[in-house]
Design a protein around this ligand. Structure first.
Ligand SMILES: [Zn+2]
Length: 262
């Protein structure tokens, strides 16, 4: 079926009374009449100096980090350099502070290795269920910068190694998981302190973490036995029933967040 179409021209330029296009009636924006350019913005307003760092707008707020000169050399610290046994499983390899990170990197390839600064938080997913006989398990090695100079080389240079460990043990007839951090010991009040939190790996959770621990690391030279560590109050204890809840009846991994203090 044939249809008739009528095409109407939409005027883009105003037309005069007689239908002629009248360009002279079009008024350009008044700003274009100004021939004087805007005054230049003072360049100093776009810059600022924060803690000696020159920043430009938008301001980048830099964290106050210690300068290299204020980080003590290993020789100036009380950090123990006595040999110790590798804490992972039943490895028992005799290690020293200088080669521990290298040993874990090459001989425990299932262990995650990550660089970290004090005051930085780090989250890791941990499988808390291991066959009997594998305890204690090493889940992650944190190489913490900004604590010392004069240790290691390459990408391990000037970083203190701290290992995230876990083990099952029985407390008052209930099976529990113990999580702790072991690392080099500076002794006394200089022993490294940290916070560890654990919770459901669930983005919709309302509370960030279910359980938390704040305290000192377990020295690499000390026992890595869960009974000994929990009696010393040096780790995070999670009863098995709560662990089931946090891991959605063992269908998800446990989320662990670690934060080393300065
Ligand atoms: Zn080992």
């Amino acid at each position: 079926m044939a249809r008739n179409y009528e095409i109407t021209r939409i005027p883009t330029i105003p037309e005069g009374p007689d239908g002629s296009e009248c360009l002279e009636d079009t008024q350009p924006p008044s700003e274009l009449f100004r021939s004087i350019a805007s005054p230049p913005i003072d360049a100093s307003l776009l810059k600022a100096t924060i803690d000696g760092h020159e920043c430009r707008l938008p301001f980048e707020v830099l964290q106050r980090t210690p300068t290299y000169a204020t980080i003590p050399h290993l020789d100036e610290t009380s950090i123990s350099r006595q040999p110790f046994q590798c804490p992972a499983g039943h490895c028992q390899q005799l290690c020293c502070l200088f080669m521990f990170a290298t040993h874990v990197t090459f001989d425990h390839k299932d262990v995650l290795v990550e660089m970290l600064w004090p005051d930085e938080t780090n989250t890791v997913l941990v499988d808390p269920h291991a066959p009997d006989g594998e305890d204690p398990r090493c889940h992650k090695l944190y190489l913490v910068s900004g604590k010392i100079r004069g240790l290691g080389d390459g990408k391990h240079r000037d970083k203190l190694p701290f290992a995230l460990m876990s083990s099952k043990f029985t407390l008052n007839g209930t099976r529990c998981l113990l999580l702790w951090i072991t690392g080099p010991d500076a002794g006394g009040s200089l022993r490294q302190r940290y916070t560890m939190e654990a919770g459901r790996n669930d983005p919709s959770r309302l509370l960030p973490y279910a359980v938390a621990f704040s305290g000192e690391i377990v020295p690499l030279h000390d026992s890595q036995d869960a009974d000994v560590i929990h009696r010393a109050g040096a780790g995070l204890v999670i009863p098995e029933q709560q662990l089931h809840f946090l891991t959605h009846n063992r269908t998800k991994l446990l989320e662990v967040c670690v934060h080393f203090y300065r």
